[in-house]
Ligand binder design. Structure first.
Ligand SMILES: C[S@@+](CC[C@H](N)C(=O)[O-])C[C@H]1O[C@@H](n2cnc3c(N)ncnc32)[C@H](O)[C@@H]1O
Length: 218
């Protein structure tokens, strides 16, 4: 998606993807990544996700990246967090205890920015991107991460012709194509969410599954 698309979503407050609660798949599946306290968790395309606070509450250090300054500022204000900011290369970096958000373009991050990362939480990041950007996204993630990094990926699967993304449908075969030659892939959980999420029915879908993967970088 073009950057303008996302900046405009935040300006117009069209942020239906934002969940005011912690994501239940994160809570249910995170322990399967076996991350010890003190690990560094990267949250790409983080928005103002509460999931970052849940991860921090588990004793992790959290690093997010988010394009929209409105989203990043809202995250700190709405959660009553004190914040320091510094300019680092192309990013304005917002920092509080054990939590740092790079405000800028994910594609401008370098391995140096993320060399401490042990695990990644990808909710509504890969699936936020149209097909032609997903390979670039995963290649960039690959460049940024070290061997043995674990990724928890939350994806949707539905009939793409029934609805325009985002979120886009990313089938298991595409997950294999994008990650299979550099990660071990395990589908942890798959759930039919059609009845729980009526807005997808209103957008024209006849079915939708949510799928949770653990990817382990080889
Ligand atoms: C679908 S939202 C998901 C937000 C968050 N992960 C959540 O679960 O609420 C996608 C987010 O990615 C951000 N984004 C899009 N392109 C980006 C880029 N190139 N670099 C950094 N953030 C980006 C958007 O501004 C938006 O907040």
């Amino acid at each position: 998606m073009q950057q303008e698309f996302w900046l405009e979503r935040w300006e117009l407050n069209q942020i239906g993807f934002h969940n005011p609660q912690t994501n239940r798949h994160l809570k249910q599946n995170w322990s399967l990544l076996n991350q010890p306290t003190g690990s560094v968790i990267f949250v790409p395309f983080c928005g103002k996700s509460k999931d970052m606070l849940w991860l921090r509450d588990q004793g992790y250090q959290v690093i997010g990246v988010e394009l929209s300054p409105l989203a990043v500022e809202a995250f700190f204000v709405e959660n009553g967090l004190s914040v320091k900011t510094i300019q680092q290369d192309k990013f304005k970096v917002f920092e509080t205890d054990n939590l740092r958000i790079y405000c800028g373009d994910f594609f401008d991050l370098t391995a140096n920015d993320l060399f401490t990362v042990n695990a990644v939480y990808d909710r509504a990041s890969l699936v936020a991107l149209p097909p032609d950007m997903r390979l670039d996204y995963t290649m960039k993630i690959r460049q940024l991460l070290r061997t043995e990094t674990q990724i928890l990926l939350v994806a949707f699967e539905y009939l793409q012709h029934e609805m325009q993304g985002p979120p886009f449908s990313v089938h298991e075969t595409e997950v294999s194509a994008l990650y299979g030659n550099w990660c071990d892939i395990k589908l942890l959980y798959s759930e039919d969410i059609y009845d729980q999420e009526p807005h997808f029915r209103e957008r024209g879908l006849s079915r939708i599954q949510e799928e949770i993967y653990r990817l382990s970088v080889r």
